[in-house]
Design a protein around this ligand. Structure first.
Ligand code: SF4
Length: 459
């Protein structure tokens, strides 16, 4: 076997699997002469475009050094009065229900609770696996996510690639997605999941569609997407039947009718400048849940310039949407799901304190499956068997091990969420939701604090 260093993508599989721990990767000395303005990547991108004349493609999330507001917010803890709660000895409620809630509790003449709740998603903890389509990730990656979601009592998301027949049995732990390409969408698919998500946008590439090249549309993937083998799967930038909130409302109610009003409808949008006004419209469209995807969210492939320059941070988007919906008195019309760079249990707790009902994770889930963030998903040659359709690579990911690692990760996060909440003297996610008094900012300016709706540390 001969190695070819020019093909190394820094997946670090050789280091991870070396039985004698003999390998280590060091940064090459042969680097370009950088300065503050012209960095290594920037220079290489110019060379690439000068060679190809094409749009640059990248994967995973925005790597630019933009502010990460999660790291500029600190969580409160109880001391002396309002004592902390010991999560090992006292009950802590991490269960959440997503969907429209009534404004008040009503009882009948005999005092029994009137339960007229519309369809809800039930989760044992406020985290779900975000949309990743079959085609952009492998069969074994999907199998790992589906099995883990079932074991954990949470939900995974088909993404826009349809639902493989082997995964219908995980229906109650599945969100089925309807994107602009409508791949694999038919009545049984809509009724197979616990909820339906209309994808209007994605944090890594707001305002543009998707493209899975024809060479990846083979076998099962072509059947699942319901398009011929070898044809490009192109999702248009807009839904061609949606140009207003009224149009969106029509699709929301078409999907509700197709599922006899038994499935909550999620509308997923990218975090963009006027997200609060957009969310206000969605909350009035009849949708039950709004998922907001921040600009650091991952992707299997996106134009580099879009990924790195379009959209806004999820923290600011979430805070402004929650405030707007409260100000307008329609917060209970919808649940909010925040995604796009949730990295830990602390990020989940901060998101919920900012107003989220639950969080979506994707990159963290892929890391649990072995991903080393080499950022070459768009090549289709993922060395960890995740973002690939090559049989010899797919078999590197064992779904038994993959699902076990995902269950471990979520179990650890659940413990940590309980510990952090206990420290605050809070014993349920519901009591934490939108409780911004539990957050303080550090190193943020007045405007940032105002948008986040929190005080500065020390205040
Ligand atoms: S999914 Fe695979 S190709 Fe993509 S960043 Fe992770 S290891 Fe690299």
């Amino acid at each position: 076997m001969k190695s070819d260093e020019s093909k190394c993508v820094n997946c670090q599989r050789c280091v991870s699997l070396c039985p004698t721990r003999a390998l280590k990767i060091v940064k090459s000395d042969c680097i370009l002469r950088e300065n503050c303005n012209w960095q290594n990547d920037t220079i290489r991108e110019v060379y690439k475009q000068a060679n190809s004349g094409g749009v640059l493609l990248s994967s995973m999330g925005n790597p630019k050094p933009m502010p990460v507001y999660w790291d500029k917010m600190l969580i409160n803890a109880s001391q002396v009065t309002n004592p902390p709660i010991d999560p090992l000895r006292e009950p802590m409620e991490t269960k959440v229900f997503l969907g429209k809630k009534p404004e008040r509790i009503e009882r009948d003449k005999s005092g029994n609770l009137i339960n007229n709740l519309p369809a809800q998603i039930e989760l044992t903890m406020p985290v779900m696996f975000s949309a990743m389509s079959y085609g952009s990730i492998s069969y074994n990656a999907h199998a790992s996510l589906a099995r883990a979601a079932e074991e954990l009592g949470i939900i995974y998301n088909t993404g826009e690639g349809g639902l493989h027949e082997d995964f219908y049995k995980f229906g109650k732990n599945t969100i089925v997605q309807v994107a602009s390409g409508r791949f694999g969408v038919y009545e049984n698919y809509l009724n197979a999941g616990a909820a339906i998500e209309i994808k209007m946008g994605q944090g890594a590439k707001p305002g543009i569609g998707g493209h899975l090249p024809g060479e990846k549309i083979v076998g099962d993937i072509s059947r699942t997407r319901m398009i011929p083998e070898g044809s490009d799967a192109i999702s248009p930038a807009p839904h061609h039947d949606i140009y207003s909130i009224e149009d969106l409302r029509q699709l929301v109610f078409s999907l509700k009718e197709a599922t006899r009003y038994k499935k909550p409808i999620i509308v997923k949008v990218a975090a963009v400048h006027n997200i609060a006004a957009i969310a206000s419209g969605i909350a009035r469209s009849g949708a039950d849940i709004i998922a907001i995807d921040g600009f650091r969210g991952g992707t299997g492939a996106a134009p580099t310039r879009i990924r790195d320059n379009v959209g806004i941070p999820i923290e600011l988007a979430l805070a402004s949407v929650d405030k707007r919906l409260r100000d307008e008195g329609i917060r209970n019309n919808v649940s909010l799901v925040a995604g796009g760079s949730i990295r830990s249990a602390a990020d989940v707790v901060k998101a919920i304190a900012l107003g989220a009902d639950a969080c979506y994770i994707a990159t963290a889930a892929l890391l649990a499956l072995g991903c080393h963030l080499c950022r070459t998903c768009q090549s289709g040659k993922c060395n960890w068997g995740i973002a690939t359709q090559k049989p010899e690579l797919i078999k590197r990911l064992n779904p038994d091990i993959g699902s076990r690692r995902l269950v471990n990760l979520m179990t650890a996060w659940k413990h940590e969420i309980k510990e952090i909440m206990g420290g605050m003297g809070i014993n349920s996610i519901e009591a934490l939701k939108g409780n911004r008094l539990m957050l303080r900012g550090v190193g943020l300016n007045e405007k940032e604090l105002e948008i986040l709706g929190i005080s500065h540390a020390g205040e």
